[in-house]
Design a protein around this ligand. Structure first.
Ligand SMILES: [Zn+2]
Length: 431
């Protein structure tokens, strides 16, 4: 397996990355173009954003709407920042919309409640019932190895249903995540959210209608995932913009800012699959979801998180590889819980995943067990890796200053005194 000479992504990373002639991946190149702000005039972009927002305010007046835009929120760090920016900085009155996929952590519920309290904004929350969640999770796990398909489908669809219902044309998303991870689209593209990206990127090429009749899934089960008709979208004039196209996006800085101003809170215990204490902490199924990625492609969240730190110059390749070694191949303790919830055995889970394992990486040993044939930390740091290093930042991921943000075994964070943040939960909290 080839790995990026700068970050830790393997060449089979999903979504697709491309390694250039210097061995550096498209995600790293994209990050470089962002951080150097090559040809990017951020002032001009902020002005464009302000114009879009002003138009939305005028439109709300004209239509007699009390809300001038919709912000899809989970309660995570990005949600906090999006709402804060729109409300406090640009004087918007957003309607917060949450698709509740049911697999919440106590920390996530704590932070969503916190966001609603601190922002003072109105919230609409749709909670998917466990019967439908179980059927869809189980079917999509078997079909494509994803038990959280309904998350992406709901988060990317339900805000559009609300937009049409309430005649609110502007939906404001946060970061265009695919760009940041892999560099497939550039900032120059000013991509907006489309029905196509929703289906291809977020929903693995499946529309909810494709699921009806499979695994006992009913028409009622898929209701929150059905995208409004083209006519409805056109009538309301719905568009979805990404804030990261208009303001320089620094997720870590923003998380810190939200911790200070609005009391967004990271967790304080060590997670099973990453050293990151502040990202995706609301997602209880994330450990299993991420472990599935490892079983398919041989890398997981520690690779994602360490690669991001390396690109920012806050972690060395050596430190990153140590993280990958510590976390990526760990079977999460919640796997058993999800198997029980879905009514399957662990053996069944592994059998379903078997055909999805990348044959370039996985091989069965003499005892019939699957073994990864490679890992980034098995590769020595050679000449191209040395040449590809970014200039180290003064800020270090595992420093005292970052103690609350990243788990450092040598200097773990202090407990917060809130149970939801200090202890992992063996099960999810529906509401
Ligand atoms: Zn890279």
């Amino acid at each position: 397996m080839k790995y990026c000479a700068r970050c830790l992504y393997p060449e089979n990373a999903r979504p697709t990355i491309i390694l250039d002639e210097e061995g550096v991946c498209s995600g790293c190149r994209y990050h470089e173009s962002r951080s150097k702000q090559l040809d990017i005039n951020w002032e001009e972009r902020v002005e464009m954003l302000v114009q879009i927002l002003e138009e939305a305010k005028q439109m709300a007046k004209k239509r007699g709407n009390s809300h001038d835009c919709i912000v899809p929120v989970s309660g995570g760090k990005d949600s906090h920042f999006q709402v804060w920016l729109l409300k406090e900085k640009y004087g918007m009155n957003p309607l917060l919309v949450t698709f509740n996929h049911a697999y919440n952590t106590p920390a996530g519920n704590r932070n969503l409640a916190n966001l609603v309290e601190k922002s003072g904004c109105d919230l609409v929350r749709y909670t998917a019932g466990l019967d439908s969640v179980r059927r869809i999770s189980r079917y999509m796990l078997k079909e494509v190895g994803d038990l959280t398909w309904h998350y992406h489908a709901g988060i990317r669809t339900y805000p559009f249903q609300v937009a049409v219902e309430r005649n609110i044309p502007l939906i404001v998303w946060g970061e265009h995540g695919f760009a940041e991870l892999t560099g497939i689209v550039s900032l120059e593209d000013f991509v907006e959210f489309t029905r196509w990206t929703r289906k291809e990127h977020d929903m693995r090429g499946y529309e909810p209608q494709d699921l009806v009749g499979k695994g006992g899934i009913t028409v009622q089960d898929i209701a929150p995932y059905v995208y409004p008709s083209d006519e409805d979208i056109a009538r309301v004039g719905v568009r979805g913009i990404y804030l990261s196209n208009f303001v320089y996006w620094n997720a870590t800085r923003q998380a810190e800012q939200m911790m200070k101003t609005w009391d967004f809170a990271p967790i304080t215990f060590e997670r099973e699959r990453s050293f990151n204490l502040h990202g995706k902490i609301e997602d209880h199924a994330n450990d299993v979801h991420d472990y599935l990625k490892y079983l398919k492609f041989g890398y997981g969240r520690a690779t994602d998180d360490a690669s991001m730190e390396i690109r920012h110059g806050r972690m060395s390749r050596e430190e990153g590889m140590a993280m990958v070694k510590r976390y990526d191949d760990r079977e999460p303790s919640t796997l058993e819980f999800y198997c029980d919830f879905l009514g399957i055995t662990k053996q069944q889970f592994y059998d379903w995943v078997e055909p999805m394992r990348d044959a370039n990486l996985w091989e069965k040993n003499a005892a019939g067990e699957w073994e990864a044939q490679d890992a980034v930390y098995r590769h020595d740091i050679g000449e191209i890796e040395e040449r590809s290093r970014v200039t180290p930042s003064e800020e270090r991921t595992l420093s005292e200053a970052n103690r609350r943000m990243y788990y450092n075994p040598a200097n773990p964070p202090l407990e917060s005194g809130e149970l939801s943040l200090d202890q992992p939960s063996p099960s999810f909290k529906v509401v």
